[in-house]
Each structure stands twice: as structure tokens, then as C-alpha cells.
Design a protein around this ligand. Structure first.
Ligand code: NAP
Length: 253
């Protein structure tokens, strides 16, 4: 989208120790804003002069806007996730797998969108209990039927279409149980599909992949900065064709 506008956009790997001073310098150097990703989202919220209520409630920001020497911060992961769904989750039931950063944004988004029931499972149950307690949701120790199943764990980066890796064994949902869900969302993106996505698709269950969630959160950041309607189809195509550059490790100079 920025290439189409002729506006420069660049990737900037930043070691955690330099995050605050780098972000402050970006605004002073004339940058309009920044998309922030792992592991800086909490720090991005922490340094913001003007965070939205949503970013504060989630505890993380992924969109920074620089204006008049101040840093505004928002979280578009939550509304981006909602927009990626085939229909509104209002009144729906949901099972979230995971209790890390993305699970926090998804749990908040579902509650905010009026989901009737949100359950959280995590490999480390204590973290699911903490997140559920904080958001007024329910922590569970096993799977079970729901309208939406959302994988917010890191499980899924292995496997794929050519070779199933047995990733589902790490989750509380067996392939044969997937009929208990009306829609399966996998925040992890893997070209060809994650094991979870492939198993759901084989059973004819609608799926949403991590690339769609990525595109939707980026589209909303673009809208915040430019005030223009994003061309999501163009963004989707660009994301599918993106050849990620090698990022030097944060320890290297
Ligand atoms: P995070 O904060 O590091 O959380 C990782 C989560 O994965 C934790 O719940 C962790 O459980 C669980 N986990 C890790 N290894 C596991 C295993 N072998 N078996 C079961 N559970 C395991 O990461 P995050 O920011 O939430 O991101 C999670 C994934 O979502 C990432 O891999 C990323 O690919 C994807 N993501 C996609 C988007 C998008 O736009 N599509 C956005 C954000 C994230 P424990 O608590 O037990 O360690």
C-alpha cells in the first residue's frame, strides 16, 4: 500500500535495549508512524504519551503514530482479528488456545465484540487462569465444542501440506473433534496451511489463516495513519508474495 502511494516504508530491526530511544528518534527524524511487532509490543505501549483505551486494556500496542513530539499508540491486532472472521462473533462461543500476547488481544476483542462465552486453554494452565481472571473469562483444562476455535499458540510453524508434523498432538483438539467447531482460526501462518487448518479444511470447516489476520491489522494501521480506505486485496497479494528479508539477530551490530 505504501509503495502504491510512493511513501517510503522500511523494516527496522531494533534490539530491545534500544527500543525507546530509537522510537523517539524516529518521530524526530520525520517518520509518521511505526508498525511494532514481537518482542516490542509491551514496550511500545509503555513509552506512549497517548495510548488508546483498547491498547491499555490489552497491555500491548502494535501501531505508533508520531505527531508534535508525542507518541500515540493503538492496538489493531484486536479489531484486525474481528475483521478477519467470516461473521460477527456477537453471541458466539469461543475456545482460545494459548495465553500469550496474541491470545490477550483475541480474548479482549471477543469480549468487546459481545461473544457469549470465551474459554481459554493453555499448555501452562496457570497462565490461562491469570488471563481469564483478568478479563473475566473462563480457563479450561481441555477442549470442547464452540462456534470458534482460535489457535493463538506458537504450535503450527512446523508441518504443513507436504508432511504432517503431528502438531495437533500438542493441542487439546484432535482432528476428529474438529466438527465441534463452526469456524477454525489459526493465527500462525504457514504457506500451504498449518496442520490444524488442513485438518479443518478436509472436514469442510471454514478456516481463517494467520495471513488474513496479519493483513487486517495492517490495513487498520494504514487507515489510522492515512485516513484512507486500504485496498485489502492488494495488501493480501503483497503479503502472499512477500519474500521476507533476513533480519540480523538483535545481538549483532
Ligand atoms: P507468545 O506470547 O510467545 O505466546 C506463545 C503461546 O504459545 C503461549 O501460550 C505458549 O504456551 C504457547 N506454546 C508455545 N509452544 C507450545 C507448544 N509446543 N505446545 C503448546 N503450546 C505452546 O506468542 P504470541 O505473540 O501470542 O504469538 C503466538 C503465535 O501467533 C506466534 O507464533 C505467531 O506466529 C502468531 N501470531 C500471528 C499474528 C498474525 O497477525 N497472524 C499476530 C500475532 C501472533 P505456554 O504459556 O505454555 O508457554
Amino acid at each position: 500500500m505504501f509503495a502504491a502511494l510512493g511513501v517510503p516504508y522500511q523494516l527496522l530491526p531494533v534490539p530491545p535495549g534500544c527500543f525507546d530511544e530509537t522510537v523517539r528518534a524516529l518521530g524526530a527524524a520525520g517518520f509518521g508512524g511505526a508498525n511494532v511487532t514481537i518482542p516490542h509490543k509491551e514496550a511500545a505501549l509503555g513509552l506512549a504519551d497517548d495510548p488508546t483505551e483498547r491498547a491499555t486494556a490489552i497491555g500491548a500496542a502494535n501501531t505508533l503514530t508520531f505527531a508534535d513530539g508525542a507518541v500515540a499508540a493503538d492496538n489493531t491486532d484486536a479489531p484486525g482479528f474481528i475483521r478477519s472472521l467470516p461473521r460477527s462473533p456477537a453471541g458466539a462461543t469461543a475456545l482460545i488456545l494459548g495465553a500469550g500476547g496474541s491470545a490477550r488481544a483475541v480474548a479482549w476483542a471477543l469480549r468487546d465484540a459481545g461473544a457469549a462465552e470465551v474459554r481459554i486453554w493453555n499448555r501452562t494452565p496457570r497462565r490461562a487462569e491469570e488471563l481469564a481472571g483478568e478479563m473475566g473469562l473462563e480457563a479450561v483444562r481441555e477442549g470442547g465444542p464452540a462456534d470458534l476455535l482460535i489457535n493463538c499458540t506458537a504450535v503450527g510453524l512446523g508441518g504443513g501440506s507436504a508432511e504432517r508434523s503431528g502438531d495437533l498432538k500438542l493441542l487439546p483438539v484432535a482432528a476428529d473433534d474438529l466438527d465441534e467447531y463452526a469456524c477454525v482460526v489459526d493465527l500462525v501462518y504457514r504457506p500451504g496451511g498449518t496442520d490444524l487448518e488442513l485438518a479443518a479444511r478436509e472436514r469442510g470447516i471454514p478456516t481463517v489463516d494467520g495471513l488474513e489476520v496479519l493483513v487486517q491489522q495492517g490495513a487498520l494501521s494504514y487507515e489510522i495513519w492515512t485516513g484512507r480506505a486500504p485496498d485489502r486485496a492488494a495488501m493480501r497479494r503483497a503479503a502472499q508474495n512477500f519474500d521476507a528479508p533476513t533480519i540480523p539477530s538483535s545481538g549483532r551490530r
